[in-house]
Design a protein around this ligand. Sequence first.
Ligand SMILES: Cc1ncc(COP(=O)(O)O)c(C=O)c1O
Length: 375
Amino acid sequence: MNLFDVYPLNNVTIVKACGSYVWDDAGQKYLDLYGGHAVISIGHTNSHWVKRIEEQMHKISFYSNSIRIPLQQELATKLGEVSGKENYHLFLCNSGAEANENALKLASFYNGRKKVIAFKRSFHGRTSLAVAATDNPTIVAPVNENSNIIFLPLNDIDALKEAFIQNEISSVIVEGIQGVGGIRVADPAFLQAIRQQCDQHNAVYIADSVQCGYGRTGKFYSHDYAGVDADIYSMAKGMGNGFPVAGIAISPKFHAKHFMLGTTFGGNHLACAAALAVLEEIEAHDLIGNAGEIGDYLINELRKLPSIKEVRGCGLMIGIELPEELKDVKKNLLFKHKIFTGEAKPNVIRLLPALNIGKAEADLFLTALKTELTA
Ligand SMILES: Cc1ncc(COP(=O)(O)O)c(C=O)c1O
C-alpha cells in the first residue's frame, strides 16, 4: 500500500529534534521557526514533557470517558489558572477541527439557531461544519456545502451589524489572528463589536484559538487583547507540544447535558499528561512573557529590513509579506540557511516558533533573511 498523496512535501526527512532545532537523516541541523505548524510550543522533546508522558505510560495510557479520569480535572484547573478563565468548563477532544465543530454545535444547541458568521480568509478545519465555515471552496466537498454560513470581511463592523439585522445568528467564529489566511489580525474594536452584537442578539462568540492561542501572541488567547471574553475558546496546536490533544473552554452560561458532546479518544490519560506538562512549562518559565518579548524584538527588527511589503502579527505569530519577485526566499531559507519557516499564499512567510525560542535564534533568522533580501 502507498500513502494517499495529499501533502506537497519538502524533500527533508527529520529524524531527531531538540528545543528549536531538528536534524535530518544526513545529520544536517536546522533551526525550526515553524514548529510543525505552530504545534511545538515548549520545544521539541522537552525533558519535562517526555518524563510526564513516559511516567504516565507506565501507569495507564488510555481508558474511555466512561470512568473518572482525575487528570482531566487537573488539566482543567491548570488551564483555568494559566488562561485566567477559571470559571469556564473544559471539553476535551483531539484536533482543532473537532474543537471548532463542537463549539459551533454547542452554540446551536444553546440558542436553537443555525446561522453562523465566519470571515473571509478564515480557516477553521476540515470536518463538515468547520470546513463549511472555512473560506476556501476548494476544500469544501459538495456534501459539506452549507447555506447557513455567512462570510463577511474581517474587521468590517458595519457589515457585522447588518448581518445581525438580516439574520438570526447562532454564532460568530473568528480567529484572533488569521493563520492560514496570511497572519491577519482581528482589530480589538472589531472583537469588541462581536461581543456587543452577540450579547444584544443572544448569539455565541467563538474564539478560534487553535493557532493563535496558548500563549503564542504574548497573551494566553490572542483575543484577550480586545479586553472582552469570548463564550467559547477552541484550542489545539500548542496544547500538547505535538501530542494530539484539543479542547474548548466553555463559559459558565452553557449548561452541560449528558451525551450532548462526546468522543472516544478525547481527554485520555496520555493526552492529559502531555497537556499538563505544556502548561507547567509555560507557567514555570513564563513562556507567554518570552513569546511577547522575542516577538516584539523580531517584529521591530523585521520592520527595519528592506524589500518587505508588510510585517503583520503579534508575539510569535508573525507574517512577513514579500513582493512577487522574492518568492524564492522561503525555499532559500530552508535549503541554503537551514531554517524552517511556514508560508501562506501568495507570498507570506509565517513564523510560528516554540514559545521558548531565544534571542540568539531570532538573530540567526534575521541575519539569514537580511542576506536573502539583499542578495
Ligand atoms: C485557526 C485554525 N483553526 C482550526 C484548525 C484545524 O486544526 P486541525 O488541523 O488540528 O484540525 C487550524 C489548522 O491549521 C487552524 O489554523
